[in-house]
Design a protein around this ligand. Structure first.
Ligand SMILES: NC(=O)CC[C@H](N)C(=O)O
Length: 307
């Protein structure tokens, strides 16, 4: 049904856009990525994955990890607790904006997929120590990958940690108003760590395929995450997952997606398939310029929109 030849043609067309994008440079290690990389994997539920382009390129999850820390926080505490501390609304602002934090006392972040919200969610992850919390996040994500452990990019992690003045200000503000739990630097460290988990397109598509199937592990048939929490995550992906381009992406593609500044995009076609894309050249909103184009093409041509 999903033709690889067709996918290859579309990928070549989208690839021409790479030269008009720019790799993220506020995290210096991310600036080194090849802007001409473009790869994709489609992972249908119950069928083998279909990949093309630079499908084996390895990249860090960055903001895509926010979906999974949200799921884990929901499993740790339940809906009520989580949404007392982070909201459910899109901001329309940049992902690292601090603009709205002072607007709604006491500084409750608008949603869990912007940086302020994600750092708050990270602070909710249960564990006796920073190491134990990290091990829980890594183990949770490795289940989605179908691996025993996750790969981790030390260089990207250190690069972000050494330059994260904006995230530091967000986190200290959140601590000041009593929204962030625990030690600020420890929480930031955990946040930078989960952003630096590495995947390739196939692994990312597998993560999406599990979300598409409402949290069921395709190998063991185990329910990895309660269906209700997967539903919440997918809803946030649709309304807030592509930063302040989420509305446009919902109109043009109509599927839940989450992007990261590494150029990765995780997309989900509910009930059908997961998609993993990498294209490090970003547009002005911080989304993969060629990746967005390719996903929109696939979604409209194959009528994948949920609507
Ligand atoms: N949009 C993103 O991918 C942002 C993630 C990145 N680690 C940051 O906090 O800035």
């Amino acid at each position: 049904m999903y033709s690889k030849d067709q996918l290859e043609q579309w990928l070549e067309q989208s690839k021409t856009l790479c030269s008009s994008g720019k790799t993220a440079d506020y995290i210096p290690a991310l600036a080194k990525a090849n802007p001409h990389t473009l790869g994709i994997t489609l992972f249908p539920i119950g069928s083998p994955p279909i990949s093309c382009g630079d499908e084996s390129a390895i990249f860090t999850l960055q903001s895509i990890s926010k979906v999974f820390t949200l799921l884990l926080a929901l499993m740790d505490h339940g809906e009520e607790y989580v949404f007392e501390r982070v909201g459910m609304e899109p901001t329309g602002d940049d992902f690292n904006s601090m603009l709205k934090l002072e607007l709604v006392p006491p500084g409750k972040p608008f949603n869990p997929l912007i940086n302020a919200g994600a750092i708050t969610v990270t602070s909710m992850i249960k564990g006796e120590s920073l190491i134990q919390k990290w091990e829980r996040i890594a183990a949770f994500i490795s289940t989605f990958l179908g691996e025993d452990e996750v790969r981790f990019n030390q260089e990207v992690y250190s690069s972000e940690k050494n330059t994260a003045n904006r995230n530091r200000s967000l986190a200290y503000f959140l601590k000041d108003v009593g929204v962030l739990e625990g030690d600020v630097e420890e929480n930031l460290d955990l946040y930078f760590k989960h952003c630096a988990i590495e995947v390739d397109c196939r692994q990312l598509a597998r993560m999406g395929m599990i979300l598409a199937g409402n949290g069921i592990d395709p190998v063991t048939s185990a329910q990895i995450v309660p269906k209700r929490y997967v539903q919440i995550a997918k809803t946030f992906m649709l309304t807030c997952g592509m930063y302040n381009a989420s509305g446009e992406f919902a109109i043009k593609a109509g599927i839940p997606a989450k992007s990261g500044v590494s150029g990765g995009i995780l997309a989900v076609v509910p009930g059908k398939l997961g998609i993993g894309v990498i294209g490090p050249a970003l547009n002005e909103k911080g989304n993969s310029i060629a990746g967005v184009h390719l996903l929109q093409k696939i979604a409209s041509a194959w009528e994948l929109s949920m609507f």
